[in-house]
Design a protein around this ligand. Sequence first.
Ligand SMILES: [Zn+2]
Length: 352
Amino acid sequence: MDRRRWRAFGIVVQVVVLGGIGAAVGVSGARAVAGPAEDAAARARVASLTARVREWFDARKRLVRVDCPKCRGWGRVEDRSGRGATCPRCDGAKQVLASDAYRKVHYDFMSPAYRGRDGAMDAANAAYKEANAARRDALYVNAYRIDRVELVGVNGGSAWVFEGTDSVSRESRWLQLTDPATKKPQWFVYGPETDGAWPPPDAAPPIPEGPLPKREPLAAAELDALRKAVRDAGIVPAVEGARREHGEVVVALFDGAPTDRRALDANAEACVFRLTGVVLAALPDAPAVRVEFLARWRDKFGTVTKRPYRTALLSRAHHAKIVPERLAPEELLALFAWSDVQPEGEVLWWKD
Ligand SMILES: [Zn+2]
C-alpha cells in the first residue's frame, strides 16, 4: 500500500474505521507531537472524508436496473392519440440503469475541474447510455465495508474499502477542494486527467478555488428577458426561476393544469425541445440547459410544495446538431438526459 500519508505537522496520521461504527485515530512515527488543534482538524477532515466515501459507496450500491421511469416497467407507452408504441426510454426493455445513482457516482462526485472540462456532460451522458446498454456498471457493488481512511498530502485522502466479498481492500483517491456550489471545502473523487499529480504535495497552497462559476441565480433583467422569450414562443408552462450551476443553466418550469402524471409528462415532453432552444438563444453563454419540471408534492403531513419531479438536460453542442424535422418525437426526446426526482415519502399532488 501507499505509505505517503499526511505529514503536514511532521507526523503521520492513520485512521482505522472499526466495523463502520466509530473511528479511532492512530498517530505514529511522530518526530514532533502535534498540538491538540491540529489533531482535531485532522480528525474532522477524516470524519468528513469517511462520510463522503460512505455516501459514494451507497450510491454505487444503487447502480442497478430499476423499472423504467417513463413506462413504469411496462415497456410500452401511449402517445397522445392513445396509440401504443415501444417505450423510447428503455426501448421496450422495461428496466433501465438507475440514472440518478449513475449521475451521482460518475459526475456529481467528480472534481470541479473534471466536471468543468469541455464536453464533460456529453461524455457522462454517452457513458451512461453505454452502461445502460451493457446492463451493468463497472462501479456497482452489492456490499462494502470501509477498511481505513487516510489523509494524503495537503488536501488528499485515500479510502481503503472492501468491495462485495473481497478479502483485500481497494483504494479510492480523494481531493478536498472548494465546492463551487457552496464555496465550502468538499471531498471529490480524484481524476488523474484533470486533478494534477498524485500524491498531492505535502506542503502547499491553501485549498484551491474550483474553476467553475458558482451556483447563482440569473440577474433579474436576464430572468425577465428569459420569461418573456418563453411566453412569446407560446410555451405553456411558466418559468419559475433560473440559475447557473456547474456549467449549466437550470430553468425551473411549472405547469399547474395537469391532473395526472401522464398529462404532466405529456406537457413536459411537448415543450422541452422548443424551450431548450429558447433558453440557449436567450443565454448565449450557457453551455448546457437543464430544464427542471416542477410539480406539487405532498408530504405525509399534508404540506404541499412545488418542487422538481423530472429534469431534462441537453448541451448546446448536441442541440446545434439536431435536425428536428427528420426525427420522430420519441427520437428527439431520447436525445435529452432525463432524470426523475422522487422526494422520500412524498406523493405527487394535483391541487393547490
Ligand atoms: Zn420504458
